[in-house]
Ligand binder design. Structure first.
Ligand code: GLP
Length: 243
C-alpha cells in the first residue's frame, strides 16, 4: 500500500519524515531503523535531534543500519557515510554508538563484508522502518539502474550521473568521488516492514512519477517500491509536480 504526503517545501517534508520516524520510535522504542544519507534526510535528522533535546524522544534502545557506504573511505573521512551519520544525527541524540551500523568502507574482504552486513540485519530481527532518499536516476541506496535487481548487500559501480551529483561533496571534483560503494540490495530494502521514501526538488519529478506510475523495472530501481506492502512517500510539491 502506498500513502503519499504532499508537502509544500523541503522544511515541511522534513518535519513530516521526522514525525513518522518519531512515531515509530515512540511506539516501538527497540525499533531497528534503516537510515539514509544525502541532502534529503538532513532536515528530518535536525528535527529528530530537536525532539530528543526537548525530551520528547529517546533513541536509547534504538538500533540502526545504514543503507550504504563508499568503498575506500575510512569512518573518519568527512565524506564517509559513517561520518555523516555521526555528525548529522548520532552524536546529538542518546543513541548508543555500538548499536549503529554502517558498512565498513575499508573492509579488506568486500564479499565477506556484504554477507556479514546482511547477517547483521537478520540478527537484529530485520528493519522496522527503512528511510530512503532517491537519486536523480531513480536509484535507491546505491542500487543504480541495471538489468536486474540485487537481492542482498553488494558492491556496486556508481553511475556517472551519481558521481556527478555527489561531486558537490568532493570539492566539485568527480575524480575525488569513490567509484564504488557497498549498498544494501533491493532485496534487503524490500524486506523492511515499513518504508518511508523522501524526495525533494523539481529535478527528481520525472524519475519520481515514473517510479510510482510507470512500469516496474530495474532500469528505474525505485519502481520496485510499488510492490512493497507499506510505503509512505513524503515529497514536496516540486518533486510531485508531474503526478
Ligand atoms: C546518494 C545515496 C542515496 C541517496 C541519494 C540521493 O548517492 N547513496 O542513499 O538517497 O543518492 O541523495 P540526495 O538526497 O543528496 O539527493
Amino acid at each position: 500500500m502506498l500513502r503519499i504526503y504532499k508537502k509544500s517545501d523541503y522544511e515541511s517534508m522534513s518535519r513530516q519524515v521526522a514525525n513518522l520516524i518519531a512515531a515509530q520510535v515512540t511506539l516501538k522504542p527497540k525499533s531497528v531503523l534503516g537510515l539514509a544519507t544525502g541532502s534529503t534526510p538532513n532536515g528530518a535528522y535536525k528535527y529528530l535531534i530537536e525532539s530528543c533535546k526537548q525530551g520528547d524522544l529517546s533513541f536509547a534502545e534504538i538500533s540502526t543500519v545504514n543503507l550504504d557506504e563508499y568503498v575506500g573511505l575510512a569512518p573518519d573521512h568527512e565524506q564517509s557515510y559513517r561520518y555523516y551519520m555521526n555528525d548529522n544525527l548520532f552524536n546529538h541524540v542518546d543513541i548508543k554508538l555500538e548499536n549503529t551500523h554502517v558498512p565498513n568502507g575499508l573492509a579488506t574482504h568486500p564479499t565477506q563484508e556484504c554477507l556479514q552486513y546482511e547477517q547483521l540485519i537478520a540478527d537484529l530481527g530485520g528493519v522496522d522502518l527503512q528511510l530512503l532518499g532517491m537519486g536523480h536516476n531513480g536509484h535507491i541506496a546505491f542500487n543504480e539502474p541495471s538489468e536486474s535487481y540485487t537481492k542482498i548487500t553488494n558492491v556496486v559501480d556508481l553511475a556517472e550521473r551519481t558521481i556527478q551529483a555527489n561531486s558537490i561533496y568532493f570539492e566539485n571534483d568527480v575524480n575525488k568521488v569513490p567509484k564504488q560503494a557497498f549498498t544494501m540490495g533491493i532485496g534487503s530494502i524490500m524486506r523492511a516492514r515499513k518504508i518511508v521514501i523522501a524526495v525533494s526538488g523539481a529535478e527528481k519529478a520525472e524519475s519520481l512519477v515514473k517510479a510510482f506510475q510507470g512500469p516496474i523495472t530495474p532500469s528505474l530501481p525505485a519502481s520496485i517500491l510499488q510492490v512493497h506492502h507499506d510505503v509512505v512517500l513524503v515529497a514536496d510539491e516540486a518533486a510531485l509536480s508531474k503526478f
